[in-house]
Write a protein that binds this ligand. Structure first.
Ligand code: 3NM
Length: 191
């Protein structure tokens, strides 16, 4: 895991999330601490999925919550005012609620069907466009994003992309991240 993430960091990944639905909390704390040491060397924030207590224990930079997790305000109470609290959203009403409740950023997805999160209906780039137009906090498009469809997502208005399988499932995460970043930068310079 550390080798893959370090490769992504060399390629310019500018935020990392630890998403692990299998490990015990004890293992998660250990993994989060090791990852934090690594991401800190690159000056990149580490977000822990699902578990504010693990985030605190590892001195991570924040937590990512799903719609069924604790409210943002409760995570904020646990983590204090300085850490990041992000929320997955799947439609614009959830995005507006997240903004109102004080999320620091939202996930917008899954844009495309993805085996990483099976059973969830793709929201398509239509939701990416809605979020880009309506939401002022950072919106991170996620779900089935690859080098091949990134331009479509960016064209819809996304300026932040999250990818799991396209990066960690590739034999050269550094190169993938570099090429994804080039695409983001190209769209940023157009608009
Ligand atoms: N959350 P990949 S989509 C973890 O829409 C996750 O909230 C999603 O993995 C959401 O890049 C997703 O391999 C899977 O598709 C992202």
């Amino acid at each position: 895991m550390l080798e893959v993430i370090e490769s992504a960091l060399r390629g310019g990944a500018d935020i990392v999330q630890l998403r692990d639905k299998i490990s015990s909390k004890r293992e998660l704390v250990e993994k989060a601490k090791r990852l934090k040491d690594l991401t800190a060397r690159y000056g990149v924030p580490l977000i822990v999925n699902d578990h504010p207590d693990v985030a605190l224990a590892a001195d991570a930079d924040g937590v990512h919550l799903g719609q069924e997790d604790m409210p943002i305000s409760v995570a904020r109470e646990i983590l204090g005012p300085k850490r990041i609290v992000g929320l997955s959203t799947h439609r614009i009403e959830q995005a507006r609620a997240a903004e109102w409740e004080g999320a620091d950023y939202i996930g917008v997805g899954p844009v495309f069907p993805t085996a990483t999160k099976p059973g969830r209906q793709a929201v398509t780039t239509a939701y990416v466009s809605q979020a880009a137009a309506d939401i002022r906090i950072p919106c991170v498009a996620i779900g089935g994003i690859t080098e091949n469809n990134a331009d479509e997502v960016l064209k819809a208005g996304a300026r932040r992309l999250c990818a799991v399988s396209a990066i960690v499932g590739h034999d050269d995460p550094e190169a993938v991240c570099r090429r994804l970043l080039e695409k983001i930068e190209a769209w940023n310079s157009k608009t």
